[in-house]
Design a protein around this ligand. Structure first.
Ligand code: AMP
Ligand code: MG
Length: 485
């Protein structure tokens, strides 16, 4: 189809055959474009404005392929809630790798586009609510400056999808710097042995860490580099109060982008044990557990890479272990620097850890809203809300003021930095649910409004957007989010 600006150059096919299956998406009955991300299209050097509405719907449903697209599904494995399984794209087809005029490479991928050899018992389809959910949360994360896959379009398919009830089918078009996952390495180690792992390692380095190409001990260097990006990513999540919800190894990218928005959610009141996912009974993926789980997942990556680390397995294990053990310190250091920026402290000094910890404990005890507390602290004046009049808060506030006097930078610039670390707006669950419920009934206005509100989350919102800052009242509070796959 057409001259929208597509420029496919799919390097994934240089990997051994077992890593993918070429096949087209399954056509759908009656596609209808629900939303198209023109800003993202623009970033990618794409332009769909010449297409008629029906042509756009055909393109973003897979009923017509983009010019140069070579659709395929990827094979991978993964540890899901700690248990190993062979997976693969059970309901996803990549269009290929599109290279922008600025030479940036992006995977474009359908989610919900039909059955594949990796579908197991699934129907290959996706539901409108969850696809719109991924759309709004991934775009919000992007605006919050958190590395993430993005969303280009959602179409409804005109088909019914059977879940616990009958639901409207939909397809999301996702854009990612790649879909390489920890689980892709686990697959390679299991199915292909050392040669497959080694090809995948070189491919990953070429695509995401070109500075490591040609190095001795590339496997160790790759683990360290992925670890660094993952530590940075989780620090971002902790900063904005994001809970991924399904940090399985197949949902952890090697690029360091957030991927697969299922039962994810943003925390309202601060509590490290917060879990929203209806399937996470043990709290494995709770807010405060995310760093530990990231380390656990990276250990699975290191295991898969063992044959490339050393021929002597015992030596390989001990080298890998040493690398993985560095995660805690690396994370702690980045986390502390992030928390210092949330508190406007220009450099970390001893005592800061205590100061940060005391604030978080105060927030937890008093059920303070995570986002709003930090944003309130980012104001010139001391916040006056009733919650902050407690003596426990007053004491902490006085200590913080004293600490701020040691700052090398002037107050005005430290406040500016705080405002860039502490968003005024996040996609609060009750607002997301409200928007999705309306969309389900055919009214897209609340969804569009929510998207619009989340575009500049670090600006003090205009008065008409202030409602998005208000935490849910008890009756609005969302207790659980569902995969709704
Ligand atoms: P997710 O929870 O979206 O990360 O999916 C986990 C695995 O299940 C992936 O391999 C998906 O491709 C697969 N999967 C999820 N939903 C379906 C479905 N409806 N049909 C086929 N495969 C699915
Ligand atoms: Mg997944």
């Amino acid at each position: 189809m057409n001259a929208c600006g597509f420029n496919f150059d799919t390097t994934y096919f240089t990997l051994p055959d077992q890593f993918y299956t070429k096949l087209p998406p399954e056509p759908v009955r009656s596609p209808h474009l629900v939303i198209l991300n023109e800003a993202l299209a623009n970033v990618m050097g794409l332009d769909f404005s010449e297409l008629r509405t029906a042509e756009q719907a055909a393109l973003f449903s897979g009923n017509e392929l983009a010019e140069g697209a070579t659709p395929f599904s990827q094979a991978y494995a993964g540890h899901q809630f700690g248990h190993f399984t062979i997976l693969g794209d059970g309901r996803a087809h990549l269009w290929g790798e599109h290279v922008t005029p600025g030479r940036e490479r992006f995977d474009i991928q359908f989610k919900g586009s039909g059955r594949t050899p990796y579908s197991r018992n699934g129907d290959g389809r996706a539901v409108l609510g969850p696809m719109l959910r991924e759309y709004v949360i991934s775009e919000a994360m992007h605006a919050l400056a958190v590395p993430t896959t993005r969303s280009l379009a959602v179409v409804s398919t005109g088909e019914e999808v059977m879940r616990e009830t009958v639901l409207p089918g939909a397809i999301l078009t996702r854009v990612a710097s790649s879909h390489l996952r920890v689980g892709t390495f686990e697959f390679a180690a299991l199915q292909g042995g050392e040669d497959a792992v080694s090809s995948l390692m070189d491919y990953t380095i070429h695509r995401h860490y070109p500075e490591l190409a040609g190095r001795e001990e590339r496997a160790v260097a790759l683990i360290q580099a992925v670890m660094e990006r993952q530590a940075e990513l989780i620090v971002h999540w902790m900063r904005v109060g994001f809970i991924h919800g399904v940090m399985n190894t197949d949902n952890m990218t090697l690029s360091g982008e957030t991927i697969d928005y299922g039962p994810c959610a943003f925390m309202d009141t601060y509590d490290p044990s917060t879990v929203f996912s209806s399937i996470d009974h043990a709290g494995r993926y709770a807010y405060g557990n995310q760093p530990k789980i990231a380390q656990w997942n990276l250990a699975r990556l290191a295991e898969a890479l063992l044959p490339c680390i050393d021929d002597d397995q015992e030596r390989a294990v001990s080298i890998a272990q040493e690398v993985i053990d560095q995660f805690s310190d690396m994370f702690q250091q980045k986390w502390r620097a992030m928390m210092c920026s949330k508190l406007g402290l220009s450099e970390t000094v001893s005592g800061d850890k205590q100061l940060i910890g005391d604030l978080l404990r105060w927030m937890e005890t008093n059920h303070a809203d995570y986002t709003n507390t930090f944003r309130d602290l980012s104001k010139q004046e001391k916040p006056t809300e009733k919650l902050y009049s407690q003596s426990s808060f007053e004491d902490w506030y006085a200590r913080w003021q004293k600490r701020r006097e040691q700052n090398s930078e002037p107050r005005s610039s430290s406040i500016l930095r705080m405002k860039k670390a502490n968003p005024a707006l996040i996609p609060r669950n009750h607002k997301v649910e409200e928007a999705l419920n309306a969309a389900h009934k055919g009214n897209l206005a609340p969804f569009q409004d929510l998207l619009g509100a989340l575009k500049d989350p670090y600006e003090d919102p205009a008065e008409f957007l202030e409602g998005y800052q208000i935490p849910p009242n008890p009756s609005e509070r969302v207790q659980q989010t569902f995969c709704g796959t």
